[in-house]
Design a protein. Structure first.
Length: 199
């Protein structure tokens, strides 16, 4: 019987992707929407790991279920310090709210044009698991990527930057890749497999 795990996110694209990643494991990924949970988590951490742990704890407290959460920070090589997204990828500098997919795509494409249209970048991705015995397990990994202002023809709602990012190994846009091809898949699968007995 599959173990039920809540994924602490309101992003349907992230839910769909992680469900696909973990499809071969004996887990059933539920979303807050599946459980009727509406939660506005204040992500006040300074790192992706801190924010992932904050979300995992918040959703475990609201649901009474083991909870996974994923968060990411971004460094774009040619961007000046005052334009680095860090943990505020969706909160464009100076904005007091999360930007829409359309706003994010337009902003980053414009900023990439300003520095020549291409640059390397690095995602710092953290995954956290909060368990019913009051413990939290987390892991952080880096993904090197290539950013381009030339957009892919494929747009994934909830993941606007996937249309501007190419995988350095294959040259494919993230938005064009299958779930199995996405470079973060192996890290997330390995993390959950390692902690299955704690669910």
């Amino acid at each position: 019987m599959n173990k039920q795990v809540l994924l602490g996110t309101t992003n349907p694209a992230k839910v769909s992707r992680i469900r696909a990643y973990l499809g071969a494991l004996p887990v059933e990924i539920l979303s807050p929407a599946d459980l009727g949970i509406v939660l506005d988590v204040e992500e006040h951490g300074q790192t992706p790991q801190e924010n992932a742990e904050i979300k995992a704890w918040a959703y475990l407290s609201a649901s009474g279920m083991p909870t996974l959460a994923v968060d990411a920070g971004l460094h774009i090589e040619k961007f000046p310090d005052d334009k680095q997204p860090g943990v505020f990828v969706r909160r464009i500098r100076g904005a007091g709210r999360d930007a829409s997919d359309k706003e994010i795509l337009a902003y980053y494409a414009r900023e990439l044009d300003r520095i020549g249209g291409q640059t390397m970048g690095r995602w710092e991705v953290a995954i956290a698991l909060a368990t019913l015995d009051g413990k939290v397990f987390s892991h952080t990994f880096d993904l090197q990527t290539r950013f381009t202002s030339t957009r892919s023809a494929v747009f994934r709602p909830g993941e606007p930057l996937s249309s501007l990012i190419r995988d350095p190994a294959t040259g494919k846009y993230y938005s064009d890749m299958t779930d199995d091809e996405r470079p973060d898949a192996k890290w997330i699968v390995e993390f959950v497999r390692k902690h299955l007995e704690k669910l």
